[in-house]
Design a protein around this ligand. Structure first.
Ligand SMILES: Nc1nc2c(ncn2[C@@H]2O[C@H](COP(=O)(O)OP(=O)(O)OP(=O)(O)O)[C@@H](O)[C@H]2O)c(=O)[nH]1
Ligand SMILES: [Mg+2]
Length: 455
């Protein structure tokens, strides 16, 4: 229902300098007129100083701004009260606004109204959640590009190409007797293939986007006492994991999320791998192997004091079999310089072998740089191409791509352009759902429910 007036606290802080109460809807100005007194007159895009009054009682001294529809965030009449940032004073004002006829807004309801009133496309609205949730500069950069219409533009372009092609196909099917230049099948296929290549490029960017948004899952594996937990502690700048010189200190997986050089790493420290009769340790080691399948990168730590053991070789082989990204750390270089040559020779067929000391922190920068390089993150941060980060967008692009290729296949096999037409229509429909041009109210509700209150 878009007819009522909604209100909520749009700022998140308790006892901050200021809070903002946003009011949107037909009656927002009327409500303000009833509770706000000032020597100046409120006008569009103006902010004025005055007092909020509950009957004769002053609730706070505030600044109130006013935006007349459609030139506001929601496309409706909007007033914003900038009050002092105390929790209680803010609630007092909000309660008064509600008493005067506004309804408490649900999560994301202001943004939903902005979308429904045509102020922004759906992908832009979704980028607002990403901007709010962003923890790194790179996450913010990608979300901001989406807010600026990057995703909207590329999706709209490909969708328009499909719609134009559909129109041309329809003309040649419906009016073959007219002298329209009939589209050759080859021409249709070529056009569809061009669009398909573009869609695939955006779909593939989701892998990069996923690493940036959700972080890279990294497991630290190796023999007991190699220094795995020490590495977790260095990377997380904490003493989260217990470190001792007792073999088999770590029994269970220790998990920590850290941001290093603008990269989110979800790190899993594991139980050292060795033969043991200890029941608990055995379970831990089983978990160490099981995690290989679940992560994006494995850091293998070799204890140079012990050299390359049979267990190390077994572990490395297992990781190679699974074709996983890896970095091998030859650790404890500070106390075993003389051993490194031999181990390096044994591992000469492997890339990404580095020398480290988790004691002196030698090699840690190399390790960090290698991770950024392996996941392409430096290039992404310097590049302006569009990256898909939202799972909903990725799934719709996948569907659009599948329909498109079905259509290509049908035309190539001479099944009939009229049958392919249905799949081309579907392909365009899925693209439309990304930007909100062909989207059901259920989907809209689901998207905006994820927003925080007051946005
Ligand atoms: N000299 C030196 N000692 C290190 C280095 N890295 C770790 N250590 C020491 O090696 C011992 C084992 O370190 P941990 O980090 O607990 O090793 P771990 O691989 O987690 O061992 P488990 O949990 O038993 O599998 C500790 O005494 C550390 O201080 C290093 O680079 N140089
Ligand atoms: Mg450990």
């Amino acid at each position: 229902m878009l007819t009522d007036t909604i209100a909520a606290i749009s700022t998140g802080g308790n006892n901050t300098g200021i809070n903002i109460i946003r009011i949107s809807g037909e009656n927002s100005k009327k409500i303000i007129d009833e509770i706000f007194t000032a020597s100046d007159k409120l006008d569009h895009q103006k902010i004025i100083y005055g007092k909020i009054l509950d009957d004769d009682k002053v609730l706070d001294e505030v600044l109130v701004s006013y935006f007349i529809k459609p030139n506001s965030f929601t496309g409706e009449n909007v007033c914003e009260i900038n009050c002092h940032g105390g929790r209680r004073v803010t609630l007092n004002i909000l309660e008064l606004v509600i008493k005067k006829g506004a309804r408490l807004a649900g999560p994301g309801e202001f943004s939903k109204r902005a979308f429904l009133n045509g102020k922004m496309d759906l992908s832009k609205a979704e980028s607002i959640i990403d901007i709010i949730n962003a923890k790194t500069k790179l996450q913010t950069k990608i979300a901001t590009e989406q807010l600026e219409g990057g995703l909207y533009n590329i999706v709209k372009t490909e969708r328009e190409k499909l719609i134009e092609l559909l129109a041309q196909i329809e003309v040649s099917i419906d009016y073959p007797e007219y002298d329209y230049k009939e589209l050759e099948n080859n021409e249709i296929i070529n056009k569809l293939k061009d669009i398909s290549i573009n869609l695939k490029k955006y779909i593939n960017s989701y892998d990069d986007g996923k690493y940036i948004k959700d972080g890279i899952n990294v497991a630290i594996l190796g023999g007991t006492n190699a220094g795995k937990s020490s590495l977790l502690n260095i990377l997380s700048n904490s003493d989260k994991a217990i470190v001792t010189d007792i073999e088999g200190t770590t029994r269970d997986i220790v998990e920590e999320t850290v941001i290093i050089d603008d990269i989110v790493l979800n790190i899993f420290d594991t139980a050292g791998i060795r033969d043991t009769e200890d029941v608990v340790e055995k379970i831990g080691i089983k978990k160490s192997f099981a995690i290989i399948d679940k992560v994006d990168l494995i850091i293998i730590v070799i204890d140079l004091l012990k050299g390359l053991t049979e267990k190390d070789k077994e572990l490395i082989n297992k990781i190679m079999e699974k074709n996983k990204k890896y970095i091998i750390c030859l650790n404890k270089i500070d106390v075993s310089h003389e051993k490194v040559g031999k181990v390096k020779k044994q591992l000469q067929s492997f890339k990404n072998v580095i020398e480290t000391s988790f004691f002196t922190k030698e090699g840690i920068d190399t390790l960090k740089n290698k991770i950024a390089y392996m996941f392409n993150l430096e290039q992404i941060s310097n590049d302006d191409s569009i990256i898909i980060v939202n799972q909903r967008h990725k799934e719709l692009l996948d569907k659009s791509y599948t329909s498109l290729n079905k259509a290509i296949n049908e035309i190539e096999k001479n099944i009939g352009v009229d049958i392919a037409e249905i799949d081309i229509k579907n392909s365009a429909k899925y693209l439309g759902e990304i930007i909100g041009e062909e989207v059901t109210s259920d989907v809209i509700n689901k998207i905006f429910e994820k927003f925080c209150l007051g946005k």
